[in-house]
Design a protein around this ligand. Structure first.
Ligand code: ZN
Length: 204
């Protein structure tokens, strides 16, 4: 197996691992919490090298257009300043990690972390070239963030062991993965990362 060395220019992106998207939440991704130990492995590897880490979150006003009561297709979720919008407390996130809030206006819904944010400028200012993308959900925020990153010219490593799909339709997650890889994302698992041994976690 070819090992991947983490290096300057790499950044870890964790999309939408928020309470409302986890089991028990208002818009739970099935078994979404199963990725948290794997995300913690990546967090550990990136923080050991002090490489940039970004956590994206939906940060909706209470009258957001994506909510069914306002004509959208999702139940009310991730309302700003509520516990449901909090990033999962089980994630072992270093203090220097940055949070990117998206879909903060009532009128716009964005699955991509680049949409309506300064994210691209932030990455450019840190000379980021390669993004390691994991989180929730494979068929929405991971998909759109990855496709936009590829369009913007970033290399993308898709964290296959640290993503989960909604699968509203049974094959949505598989289709999304296939599309991301067709467009140039490289699927990887944590075993491929060359780094100082991290604390062992259960493997799914
Ligand atoms: Zn949302």
């Amino acid at each position: 197996m070819k090992k991947i060395n983490l290096t300057e220019g790499d950044a870890l992106i964790i999309t939408n691992v928020q309470n409302d998207l986890l089991p028990g939440g208002r818009l739970a991704v099935p078994a979404g919490d199963a990725i948290i130990p794997h995300l913690n492995d990546y967090l550990n590897a990136f923080s050991k090298q002090q490489l940039p880490i970004f956590l994206t979150r939906d940060w909706h006003p209470s009258n957001h257009c994506s909510f069914t009561e306002f004509g959208g297709k999702w139940p009310r979720h991730c309302v700003a300043e509520t516990i449901g919008a909090d990033i999962a407390s089980d994630l072992k996130t270093p203090n220097y990690a940055e949070v990117i809030s998206k879909s903060v206006d009532a009128e716009t819904d964005a699955h991509s972390a680049f949409h309506g944010t300064q994210f691209n400028n932030t990455l450019q200012s840190k000379s980021i070239k390669r993004l390691f993308i994991g989180g929730l959900a494979t068929d929405y925020c991971v998909l759109q963030t990855t496709l936009e990153a590829l369009r913007q010219g970033y290399q993308v490593c898709l964290l296959e062991d640290a993503i989960r799909a909604f699968n509203k339709n049974r094959l949505d997650g598989i289709r999304a993965e296939r599309l991301m890889c067709t467009k140039g994302a490289v699927p990887i698992t944590f075993e491929q990362i060359a780094c100082i041994a991290s604390s062992p976690t259960a493997t799914a």
